[in-house]
Ligand binder design. Structure first.
Ligand SMILES: Cc1cc2nc3c(=O)[nH]c(=O)nc-3n(C[C@H](O)[C@H](O)[C@H](O)COP(=O)(O)O)c2cc1C
Length: 191
């Protein structure tokens, strides 16, 4: 039987009713009952200290950072739910990305997908910044399908708890996860 693909999912928003964390909750639901051959683990970024290289001691990191880096290293691929803060990636997500980039860079070679919810461009400008960051870190993002959700214009797509409640958008998210699965298999030479 084919090995299950391990996807780790990061939300760049720490708020309880985050729409981004809501997207991840729905992706996890899909992995349990709709899309075969994948498992998705949500990684909470709220306990990571702010990056400070003084906290590194002879190649070791604070315990929370070590645990986070290990999860990225062990993952087959990554789902970034990336809010747009002032046209760029949020501070919690950038902090996590930077910790995992410290030598050895544990992002290297990982397939990844980005989804976002925001204002006019649905977080699109932050997605493009994240892609730019991924060039140096050697992250391989899927290009299609793209997933941007303008929740300012369409507030009914998510509820007050941050859950995705719209069937058409759920289907779009499903296509992103399927694409990430297929791209991961391709990069690993398994299809
Ligand atoms: C500091 C800050 C800056 C923001 N800047 C942008 C922005 O540049 N573009 C945008 O579309 N939305 C922006 N927003 C709105 C967020 O997209 C919106 O709050 C979104 O719901 C955040 O995701 P969350 O629901 O997962 O917390 C900003 C929000 C905050 C808190």
């Amino acid at each position: 039987m084919a090995r299950v693909i391990k996807i780790v999912a990061l939300s760049g928003s720490l708020r309880k009713a985050s729409f981004h964390t809501g997207l991840i909750r729905y992706a996890i639901e899909l992995s349990k009952s709709v899309i075969d051959g994948i498992q998705i683990e949500y990684i909470d970024l709220s306990n990571l200290p702010m990056l400070n290289t003084d906290l590194e001691k002879e190649g070791t990191f604070p315990a929370e950072v070590e645990a986070f880096r290990h999860k990225i290293l062990e993952a087959d691929s990554v789902l970034f739910a990336s809010p747009e803060y002032n046209y760029s990636v949020s501070a919690p997500l950038k902090n996590a990305i930077d910790w995992a980039s410290r030598p050895p860079n544990v992002w290297a070679g990982k397939p990844a997908a980005i989804v976002s919810v925001g204002g006019a461009f649905g977080g699109g400008k932050a997605q493009h910044h994240l892609r730019q960051i991924g060039v140096f870190l050697d992250i391989h993002f899927i290009n299609k399908p793209e997933f941007y959700l303008d929740v300012f214009k369409h507030p009914d797509k998510c509820n007050d708890d941050g859950d995705l409640v719209d069937e058409e958008i759920k289907n779009r998210l499903k296509k992103v996860i399927v694409s990430l699965k297929e791209f991961t298999l391709k990069l690993q030479g398994r299809n």
